[in-house]
Design a protein around this ligand. Sequence first.
Ligand code: NAD
Ligand code: TYD
Length: 347
Amino acid sequence: MKILVTGGAGFIGANFLNLLVPRHPEHTFVNADKLTYAANLASLADIAGAANYVFRRTDIADAAAVDALFDEQAPDIVIHFAAESHVDRSISGPREFVRTNIEGTFNLLEAARRIWKDGQGLFHHVSTDEVYGSLGAEGMFTEDTRYDPSSPYSASKAASDHLVRAYHRTFKLPVKLTNCSNNYGPLQFPEKLIPLMIMNAQDGKPLPVYGQGTNVRDWLYVQDHCEAIWTVVQRGAVGETYNIGGNNEVKNIDVVHGLCRVLAEETGRPAEALLGLITYVKDRPGHDLRYAIDATKIREHLGWSPKETFETGLRKTVRWYLDHHAWVDQVRTGEYRNWIEQNYDRR
Ligand code: NAD
Ligand code: TYD
């Protein structure tokens, strides 16, 4: 099989390729990525030379480039990770989110529809639980929860989900969708909560908690997400959506406390000094209170369940950031710095 992975140089895509390329030498994996600020080819160093791995720098929002890629590679399967993925960036600059997440997905669907005839192919769309909006204190998102996105990011992902389903209903394109909760783990760009806190704590910088720190996210270790996607690609039903989550609801402030504790244990620094870096900052506009996934469908229909607990996953993640100085130093430069200034200096 020829498997086209979009956004394979980002956090989840790179974890996916690092897991699947060595495991499946019988498949060729083509990574099509624009290499935005969020991408890092260093994340793919272990597989860059593999005989079953190909990289093509591609902007999915460029329809001609997507068509040329499909003509050249003729993929059997598309696994679509590429996206602008950060909520705060979508608030300060939503345009790229519409361009990549909506127009980019549209271009891929059009190209797939052009080359796949009579039920050929599979388009797996990787999406988020944020399309469902915010939960109150009770309840969980199921696959039937009404879409109610809050941010330009989640609205653009919701639009892309609708396009994918429409191409299935209207043109019979074989599609599958997964909507997953918050991921954490190795290779995550430090604009997101967990790697940002690890890197700031290491540098003795403030740990900025939005609002009161009482918002709740359902955390899933990234490799568990990757295994879930591969499970759905292999055994999921065409036209179906599967929610993926860790059953791991944690308040943001408890995530930060947990990180300080693990960092103190792993580095020998006093936990009190790390906890003293916590700073409450202005809340995110439209900040969703709580996400929680009901993953019954993927568990019961496909037998998937997460392997990591939050405790084991957090420790692995902290260790990874402590052990990978070269990767960490690289992302400290350039765009990352501009973003930190833009986002935090104004709060
Ligand atoms: P990321 O921001 O780390 O990586 C995104 C990748 O997409 C980067 O390599 C970037 O270069 C690439 N990209 C961006 N615009 C592109 C374009 N126009 N053309 C080609 N490539 C482009 O994101 P991530 O956290 O790895 O998320 C991957 C996917 O998973 C996204 O679709 C996201 O919505 C979804 N998702 C993420 C999470 C999470 O917690 N991170 C949870 C659920 C779902
Ligand atoms: P984030 O990692 O941006 O993921 P998402 O917004 O997609 O859930 O944020 C996770 C939670 O952490 C969210 O409630 C916002 C909060 N947060 C902070 O409190 N401080 C920060 O510096 C960041 C980046 C996020």
